[in-house]
Design a protein around this ligand. Structure first.
Ligand SMILES: *[C@@H]1O[C@H](CO)[C@@H](O)[C@H](O)[C@H]1NC(C)=O
Length: 360
């Protein structure tokens, strides 16, 4: 056991060294943990290791983690330690958020990416012409803040598990909001219908919706528009698996969509749509979310490429955004996260990042 653990520490040191290639030396030398590890003698190594082992067993208890073999356990311990290091780095680059141990801490960054997010190849180059440019709304009369949760228009936070379905959850979320707007009734709508029944591709044969393997919000909205709408979660419950036969029943549709718009990539337009119409679907970059615990995330580096779909439900008096996620309530701020003003559109984005709909 002790040998395994020392081996893990060795892996951890190795990961620090490999991190050094992508991190400036200055930043590395600044990190007290690293200085301690690099300069410590054998005694300190053991103290440090005890600290990490304690954190790891706490983590396993908190999130109900168990590994099949001792080897796997040791491997995950190594991954966990290097995630601690990443969280420290994230904390430094993103001081207005709190970064630390989350339920994703036994996953390597690429496992995290593969398990939860749309794959890079599923990034969309352009859009079908059924998706229209949203009309520009006036922005000089916006409320200073808004939160659709206060209005009772947002359903409980869901957990996608290991199914890469954030795109489908954000689509169900916007359908729930328009349904509420029409009927003043709050209903969970069926993500599983989208996963089982929607295989829309755009461009043809290229970017296809593929259940738990990922998909596109605009494809899913197009599917709902042509299928006739979305059923209730109660009638078509989430299983978190794909490749099931489609059991869509048109007579049980709860909410349907007539028009799909993308909002121009200007934050004041996104704010106007959230304030005057509905929560909107947004694509965000998820790199910092693996270690996100709460607060307003505002990384000093602008990360390219949205790879994760969420439902933007409001903004505060400083125009920081509140976004509903689909990773359960034991992540982030009860399942939500916040991003700072101007971060969503911080890079020159050609692809639309925010979508809105008009109900049938
Ligand atoms: C918005 O986020 C920033 C951090 O980026 C924070 O300083 C500010 O207080 C937040 N605004 C509000 C109203 O909470």
């Amino acid at each position: 056991m002790a040998n395994y653990s020392l081996f893990s520490l060795f892996l951890f040191l190795l990961s620090i060294i490999s991190t050094a290639w992508t991190t400036s030396e200055h930043e590395l030398n600044d990190d007290p943990l690293i200085r301690q590890v690099v300069s410590s003698d054998g005694v300190d190594d053991h103290m440090l290791l005890n600290k990490f082992e304690y954190q790891f067993s706490k983590f396993k208890k908190t999130y109900n983690k168990a590994y099949d073999t001792e080897e796997e356990n040791e491997y995950r311990f190594g991954v966990f330690m290097s995630n601690l290091l990443r969280a420290r780095r994230h904390q430094k680059l993103d001081p207005s958020a709190k970064h630390g141990i989350t339920k994703f801490f036994d996953l390597t960054p690429s496992e995290f990416h593969n398990q939860f997010l749309m794959s890079e190849t599923l990034q969309h180059p352009n859009l079908p012409n059924t998706i229209l440019n949203a009309p520009i709304l006036s922005t000089n009369d916006l409320p200073s803040k808004i939160d659709w949760r206060d209005r009772g228009a947002v359903t409980r936070v869901k957990d996608q598990g290991s199914c890469k379905a954030s795109w489908a959850f954000s689509v169900a979320g916007i359908m729930e909001a328009v349904h509420y707007q029409r009927s003043y009734q709050l209903a969970d709508l069926s993500v599983q219908q989208i996963l089982d029944c929607d295989s829309t591709c755009f461009p043809p044969n290229t970017n296809c919706d593929a259940g738990c393997d990922g998909g596109y919000t605009y494809n899913a909205l197009n599917y709902l528009s042509s299928a006739g709408g979305i059923m209730a979660e109660f009638d078509y419950p989430f299983t978190g698996t794909s490749s099931n036969p489609c059991q869509f029943d048109k007579s049980a549709v709860v909410s349907s969509v007539s028009k799909i718009f993308y909002i121009s990539n200007k934050e004041d337009q996104i704010a106007a749509y959230v304030a005057k119409r509905n929560p909107v679907i947004v694509l965000v970059n998820s790199q910092y979310l693996q270690s996100y615990k709460g607060g307003v995330s505002c990384p000093s580096q602008c990360l390219q490429a949205g790879n994760h779909g969420g439902l933007l439900v409001g903004y505060d008096a400083g125009r920081n955004w509140t976004i509903k996620n689909s990773w359960g309530t034991n992540w982030g701020e009860d399942g939500y996260f916040r991003l700072c003003k101007d971060y969503i559109t911080c890079y020159d984005q050609v692809d639309p990042i925010a979508l809105t709909v008009v109900a049938d």
